[in-house]
Structure formats: C-alpha cells, structure tokens
Design a protein around this ligand. Structure first.
Ligand code: LLP
Length: 413
C-alpha cells in the first residue's frame, strides 16, 4: 500500500526515508495489510465452497510473514523438509500442509510423515514406492495426490513453465491412470486427489481454463476406473502486475473459472497454492544509490543491493518498477540501475527513465519484490543477508536482523 505523504513515499503510514535511517539499506519491507488483502481475495472467492488456500512458502519464507499468514487460517504448500520445519514453527496446522517436489529424500518423507502433514503431491512412481515403504516402516498411512504434468503451453518465462513435456515435473497425463491404479494396490497409501501446477506468473486466464478442462478429463477417466479423487489441487501460478501495462486476472474470476469445471454438488474439495499473488505486491526492496557514473554513453546508478539480494532480473530478465522515495520533478533520463556484484548480469533495471537529479545517497524503491526476493537471496560475493521489516499501519517491526560479517563464517570449519 504505497502512497505519497506530501513529498515522501510511504508504505501504509510509515515514511520510507525513516525506514532507511532506522534500519539501513538495502532492506526488504512488507505491508501487512496488503498480505491480509491478498489472502482475503482468495478466501472470499471460495466463499461457501470447500477449499483450502495453501501459501506456497517458497515465495517468501520469513518466519514472521509465515506466522501472519498462518494466523489468517491459511495452509502451506511446501517443497522441502526445511519448509515443513519453517511452517510448523510458524504455526501452520500440519493437517493443512501439502508437499510437492521432484526430489523428496527418505529423510524428508519420514519427517513429513512423522509430523502428520496433510498430503504428498507425488511426482513419480519411484517416489510413491519410497513413501509406501517408509510409511510401512513407521506404521502410518500416507495421503497422496499425484502431481500430473498436463502438458499445456504457457506464455511466461521458460524457467517457470512446469507443465511442458520434457520438464522434470510430475507424472505425464498419459500415465495418470496407470499411476492411480498402481497406487491403489499399495497398502500404506491413501489416494486423496490430483495436483497440477502449470507454471508461474501466468496472466492469461485461458491457460487456467484449459488446465481445468484437462484435469477434469483425467479425474473422469480415473474415477471411471474405480478410484475416487476427492481433492482437486490446482497449484498456484497467478501472475501479478510488475509493469503498468500488464493486465492481471482477478482472483475471484480465476477461482470461479477453476471451480466451474467441476460439478460442485459432487462433494469435491479444492486446493490452491498461490505464492506470488499472495506476497509479491506486499513487498519492496529499498536501496541507496552509492555512485552515479557515466560510462560508454550510459548513465549508471550503482545501488547497495545486488543480484544476491534480488536475483529475478538477472535470472529471468524480470522487470521490477524502480521509483525514488521523494517526489522529484526534474526531467527523466535513461538510466541503468545496477548492483555492486562482479557480474555484468548484476542489474536491477535496464533503460529506466529515472529523474536526472537522483544522486549519490538518495534512495530508490524496487516494487513488487515480496515474492521470490528475500527467499531466493544468497551471500554471493560474501554479502551478508539483508534486514527485513514488516509495516502494520504506523508501526514498523524488524522481522529479520541484518547479518554481519561473522555470519558469513557460520558453519565453516
Ligand atoms: N505450487 C507449486 C508446486 C509450485 O512449484 C509453485 C511455484 C507454486 C505453487 C506457487 O506458484 P506462484 O503462485 O508463486 O506462481 N522463482 C520464480 C518463480 C518460481 C515458481 C516455482 N513454483 C520467480 O521468481 O519468478
């Protein structure tokens, strides 16, 4: 929730300049009311229908953020033992945790079973065998869905399409029936439903419609063969508005499209795993300009966050809006916003129109950075992990301390 108070940019009621002075930069900042709003959009869209919203915590796994989301009644979509640990610690009910991932290890499976998570989204026959074996060993039954790769084309970055033939994800739709019949014979497996996550940053609602139809046809075929699928898990994937020109489907329209594929009287239950659309627009990265530099006919602003803090531009050529935190009315000039890391790929924005007057010591805000920002950050170039702050109305709370140099050596012998 970004707005100007006179000349100063604020998140909720807090001036960003004050945050910079109090906590230093670079720093991730989140708006609590935006998180609540994003979750409420999903919750309201599901009104009167059986559904569970499981936050894909890979998008943001900060303990305080997870605690805020757990308190709203959300479930969690996890992808590793570490994420199960974080979610339990944050107070998510185990019975609302769903676990996908192509490479679940024996240790992770055992940890998930011992903690009574809701279900596994199983990605191969081999994984099913292992879950069955471990369940037998510890004397429990494992609830599963198969993650089905429904092979549909998407308009998004290649790296975040998960439903293409030839990707590592899930079981190919043509093998779905075989998988369910195989699972039916396993003594320690309880078949609960079907899962499909087609990709991320999807802006075309037709891709979801197509997915729903494909899933429906698989469910029909499997149920005809005597296996009931109670839970339909549509995964996540809804895009957000990184650029002003982008049009984003409303959550309520998306959910109603996805529900419409099924006869709602048939007692089906639906699961959604939003990550980005829950947290991206609630998060920002505040940075300081360290140097202004002209080189090769280009103007550079070198800032104090690099690709280790926000890797999305370097990895996916992703766009994030960049704005000064004070109103500046000078003419705008083409500017490269880059980090301090020793790689040409270390940029935050290319060819951006930034007011010419922005200078050394000024602050810039990188928007829509709440998803896959902090959670994908690293210490590359031995840069300690940065601080995170949560804003709730006029209160700001430190939710992750800025690491120091000694943290860089933690666990090194
Ligand atoms: N469920 C599963 C099984 C997933 O693999 C993912 C994301 C989600 C749900 C949540 O998808 P979302 O609603 O966030 O689109 N690092 C990339 C995005 C990778 C997404 C991976 N899977 C980025 O920064 O764009």
């Amino acid at each position: 929730m970004l707005s100007f108070n006179n000349e100063d940019l604020c998140i909720e009621n807090v001036r960003l300049f004050d945050i910079a002075v109090k906590y230093g930069t670079s720093v991730y900042i989140y708006s609590k009311s935006q998180i609540i709003k994003n979750f409420t959009n999903y919750k309201n869209a599901l009104k009167n229908k059986e559904g569970l919203v499981c936050f894909a915590c890979k998008a943001n796994s900060n303990a305080s953020i997870l605690r805020s989301i757990a308190k709203l009644g959300a479930g969690a979509d996890v992808t590793s033992g570490g994420e199960i640990y974080r979610c339990l610690h944050a107070g998510f009910e185990p019975s609302k945790i769903v676990y996908a991932g192509v490479g679940k290890t024996s240790e992770e499976i055992e940890y998930a079973l011992k903690n009574n998570i809701f279900m596994f989204n199983v990605e191969s026959f081999e994984e099913l065998d292992l879950i069955d074996k471990i369940s037998e060993k510890i004397g429990v039954k494992a609830k599963i869905s198969f993650r089905i790769n429904i092979c549909i084309d998407l308009e998004t970055h290649d790296y975040i399409i998960t439903s293409k033939k030839g990707t590592k994800f899930g079981i190919l739709y043509e093998d779905a029936l075989k998988a369910y019949l195989y699972a039916k014979k396993k003594k320690n497996i309880v078949i609960a439903g079907i899962h499909s996550h087609i990709g991320s940053q999807i802006l075309n609602i037709n891709s979801f419609k197509l997915a729903a139809q494909k899933i429906k046809s698989i469910v029909t075929e499997v149920e005809k063969n005597g296996v009931e699928l109670q839970y339909i898990n549509y995964g996540g994937g809804l895009g957000v508005k990184y650029e002003k020109s982008q049009k984003v489907p409303a959550v309520k329209d998306l959910i109603s499209e996805l529900l419409a594929a099924f006869d709602l009287n048939k007692n089906k239950k639906f699961i959604f795993e939003p990550g980005r659309s829950m947290i991206a627009n609630a998060g920002y990265l505040l940075v300081k300009v360290i140097y202004k530099k002209i080189s090769g006919g280009k103007k550079f602003l070198i800032v104090d966050a690099g690709m280790n803090d926000l890797v999305r531009p370097a990895l996916y050529n992703a766009y994030h809006d960049i704005i000064p935190i004070k109103k500046i009315n000078t003419k705008k000039v083409k500017t490269e916003i880059v980090g301090p890391i020793c790689e040409t790929g270390d940029f935050i924005g290319k060819d951006r129109m930034i007011p010419d007057a922005v200078d050394q010591g000024d602050y810039l805000l990188i928007t829509c950075a709440g998803a896959y920002g902090a959670s994908m950050s690293s210490q590359y170039n031995s840069r300690p992990l940065i601080a995170e702050v949560l804003i709730d109305m006029d209160k700001d709370t430190l939710i992750r301390k800025r690491a120091g140099y000694s943290d860089l050596l933690l666990n090194e012998l």
